[in-house]
Each structure stands twice: as C-alpha cells, then as structure tokens.
Design a protein around this ligand. Sequence first.
Ligand code: ZN
Length: 267
Amino acid sequence: MLRANKRRIVSTLNKYRQHKIYDLTQVGFVSPPTDTGISHPKCYAKILNSCCTEISEEHAISKNVLDKIGSFDASGIPWLRHLPGQINSDYMASKCLCRIHNSHLSPLDSLLGDVFDFLDKIQFRKNEIVAVWGPTFERCLLKILLGLIGTKKMSDSSGAIGIDAIHESWIRVLYGQADLPDNVGLFSAQIAGRKYDAGLKMATLLLNGKIAGLRATVGHLNLHFSMFDKATSFKTDHEGYSQILLHPREFIFQNQNSKLLLFWPDS
Ligand SMILES: [Zn+2]
C-alpha cells in the first residue's frame, strides 16, 4: 500500500479513538497469483495465465457471503436481495473460476462477510466502528459483478452473457494487478426532483445495452458501482434527471453510536 494511503488510514482511525474499532483496512489485499502457464477455458481469469486444471467446486460468490446476505431483513442492508431473480446458494451454483483463482479471492469473501455481519447486528452494538478500506470494498463489489456475469445471471441487451463479456482490465483489478482508474468505482448520486422509496434495491447498471456495473439504493442514497466512466454511465442510465456524481471520501452507515466506515485515499 502506498505511504499516502497509510497516512489516510491512520488519521481516519485516530478520529474515532473513543470507539471500539475493528480495523479491517488491511483485510482483502491480495497479491497477483503466480504464473502457472495454464489458462483454463472455463475460468474467467484465464487471461492471467495462472490457472490450475480444476474448475472450483465453490460458488462464484462464496456460500458464506450468500448465507449472510440471505439473513438480512428489511432493516438491514440486503444489497443483493433485489437483483433479478432470487440470490441463494443454488442460484450461484454454476462454476466460473478455477480452484486457484477462486481461492485467491477468499480474503475478499471474508471481508464482505464481516461487513454484512456487522451491519446485520449494528443496532445491538455500542460505540463500535468497523473501518473498511474503500478500494478493497470496491474489489469485493467487482467480484460480485464478475461472478454474476460469469455464471450468466446478468443479461445485457443481447440476453444472458458469460465470461467472454468480462473485460480484461476488470480481471486485472480484481486480482491486484492494477488499481481502479479514478473515474470508475463506487459513487453516490444525488438526484434532484426524485424521491426514492425507503428501503433497498439493487439492479444491473447498463450502458448502451452493455453491463457496466451494479446500482443500489440504500434509503435516500443512490449508489453506483460503475466500471465505465461515471458520468457517461450515469447519464445514460438515468436520462432526463439532473444529477451530481460525487466521488466518496467516505461512506458511513450508522446506527446511534456505531458505524460502518468505508473510506478512500485523499484525492
Ligand atoms: Zn483460473
């Protein structure tokens, strides 16, 4: 991690010294997998040339995470509940990663599991903070997105798509070979003249008929996880609305004195 990022982490955590802090800022970093010279045709990370010969028996989104998401009720943060179709373990059963590339991402699964766990029980916590590094959380969302594409659970204007629709640059970000460019990732959008329903929804973000990412509404907050340029993808998706896209410095999910804090490097 860059020194500037470390400074941001230290200074942010210092702001919350009066809380009990669960520091998850280092969880989920993965170094790129070692080259094996193997490229498994059914693995969506095959371009990395670091596959093994076995397709993973694990789910594209880990069962651990799916089970936690499934346990949320309407007052929690069920990010995935409103994706097209029911998300459960069976739904995600089809395999799209080799064993090496699946197990390489397990730190992201465990981070996402911890985040959902905390939010699920946030009302019972007292003066506690979970601190999560935003760029790593974005990689968790990217893993969900690629899992949904890789298992053909998402459709674009031409119908269901599979691993061939996954951009090479997305795979390199997911596996730690590149950072997300500045103009893509997780954003909040404030929309003038439209009131969102309370509650939570998640759906596919399409750009010119192609899958660009995920979008979610959490209460009045409209979140975009876009792998295409933020302004372009948002305008196309919400034609007719005046909008402002804000790159987050932090998102805080709060219940009384307990918070889930997602934060990013200083720009
Ligand atoms: Zn592989």
